[in-house]
Design a protein around this ligand. Structure first.
Ligand code: PLP
Length: 449
């Protein structure tokens, strides 16, 4: 963009001829037209026509401190001029060590070591391969199955994608199914008719216990879950469900991996949500996205000291965690993350906590609209779920493309929505003000109406 100065038409045409975009349908692969975005500032992005839009999904739940933060652009430049890259195989750099220390200080319990990756999928992949290695090295090589849930999204690499629980993510794709055991989604909106939320929570816990009994604790290495399922439609865990699952995992030596790729770094008003919001202390936390507010691809996992100590004392001291990425501990990414963390600490976390109740309350008013089945959310993430019929909660059929149609209307009115079939997910940059929330909800109301 900055260098080429093409017209919109030329850019879109080049993309249609040469660019493969994520999640394409076979009939359009390599020839898809998508809205061109040419700029961004604060909570706004600018489309190819120069139209200013509220960035409703903050990119992909990632532009947490907002677009065009000069501090982040400057640190990227300064770090690249100081040291643009070093091999993490046999050298190291200062930004990654300092960032690891700061992340460890925020992580719950004894989670005090960080392994950096290139994003969320590679963070999840690293955590699962760590679990496999951990059990191999301590002579428990039968204990490696992974529990994951309906509605989950954990990534697009082979193993992380194998855990995904939204049907259409798996319909046409292969996966390591033999390694995964699936559990129900904790989606309370679609709980059995007439069941209380408490009974629904009991049902999920009973299913978990029964699965551990049936499959055998000696076969299960890990449970992975998003504290709030993000791409599944902002599915909140029913009260007490996560701590109870956490306890079953501890009792059965099943590693509890909290996938905080979306929920960490401010989305719920805290650096990590596991302990501060949900009262759990996982064995491993994965993160990405907000760690650099999307300015640089970076992710990682925070691992418990207790697990590392077990490895150090294992019977196989030369066994190797043969896992690392060229860009592990990237100095530019880590430097960006340090400045991003400064910005979060210097007011953005506090602002998020202050403004979140207003955000939720205003979006909730959309439940007045006949098309809206439920509005749910926490912190600065929410989902407006549309239904064909409120009684049966029948989701609108895919072919009605309601999400896309709402998105198209809202685009006209100045808001980018990220439609998920029948769901509009709202997770704007955390710097959004009350007035901007009013604008966002006003446009969404009109778009849905
Ligand atoms: N985990 C969760 C919870 C996510 O929401 C995502 C992406 O949306 C991922 C993992 C994968 O992250 P990435 O796209 O950075 O590989």
């Amino acid at each position: 963009g900055v260098a080429a100065a093409l017209t919109n038409h030329e850019t879109i045409d080049l993309a249609k001829r040469h660019l493969v975009q994520p999640w394409p349908c076979a009939g359009e692969i390599g020839a898809e037209a998508r809205s061109l975005i040419s700029g961004g500032e604060g909570i706004y992005i600018t489309d190819g026509e120069g139209k200013r839009l509220i960035d409703g999904p903050a990119g992909m739940w990632c532009v947490n401190v907002g677009h065009r933060r000069e501090e982040l652009a400057r640190v990227m430049y300064d770090q690249a001029m100081q040291l643009s890259y070093n091999t993490p195989w046999y050298t190291m750099n200062e930004p990654s060590a300092v960032l690891a220390e700061r992340i460890a200080a925020y992580a719950p319990g004894d989670l005090n070591h960080v392994f950096f990756t290139t994003g969320g999928s590679t963070a999840v992949e690293s955590a699962l391969r760590f679990m496999q290695f951990f059990n191999n090295a301590r002579g428990r090589s039968d204990k490696k199955l992974i529990l994951s849930r309906g509605g989950a999204y954990h990534g697009s690499t082979y193993l992380s994608a194998s855990l995904n629980g939204r049907p259409r993510d798996r319909d046409w794709m292969d996966g390591a199914d033999e390694l995964v055991v699936k559990l129900s989604s904790p989606d309370a909106f679609r709980r059995p008719e007439g069941m209380s939320i408490a009974a629904f929570s009991d049902m999920l816990v009973a299913e978990f216990e029964e699965t551990v009994r049936r499959v055998g604790a000696d076969k299960i290495g890990a449970f992975i879950g998003e504290p709030v399922q993000a791409s599944g439609g902002v599915i909140l865990p029913p009260e007490n469900y996560l701590p109870r699952i956490r306890k079953i995992c501890r009792d059965n030596e099943i590693l509890f991996i909290a996938d905080e790729v979306v929920t960490a770094f401010g989305r719920l008003g805290h650096v990590f949500a596991s302990e501060d919001v949900f009262g759990i202390d996982p064995d491993i936390i994965t993160f990405a996205k907000g760690v650099t507010s999307g300015y640089f691809p970076l992710g990682g996992m925070v691992v418990s000291e207790r697990l590392l100590e077990q490895l150090r004392r294992s019977n196989h001291p030369t066994a190797m965690y043969a896992h690392g990425l060229t860009y592990t501990s990237h100095p530019v990414g880590c430097a960006v993350a340090l400045t991003n963390l400064d910005l979060l600490e210097d007011g953005i976390l506090a602002h998020t906590q202050a403004v979140a109740p207003y955000f939720q309350q205003q979006l909730k008013t959309l439940e007045e609209l006949p098309l809206v089945g439920e509005v749910r959310g926490i912190g600065l993430m929410a989902c407006v779920e549309c239904v064909a019929d409120r009684e049966s909660k029948n989701p609108l059929q895919l072919d009605t493309n309601v999400g896309m149609r709402i998105d198209a209307h809202c685009h006209e009115l100045g808001l980018l929505v990220r439609p998920l079939i029948n769901m509009c997910v709202m997770s704007p940059p955390l710097v959004i003000t009350r007035e901007q929330i009013d604008d966002m909800v006003g446009i969404l109301r009109e778009g849905i109406s």
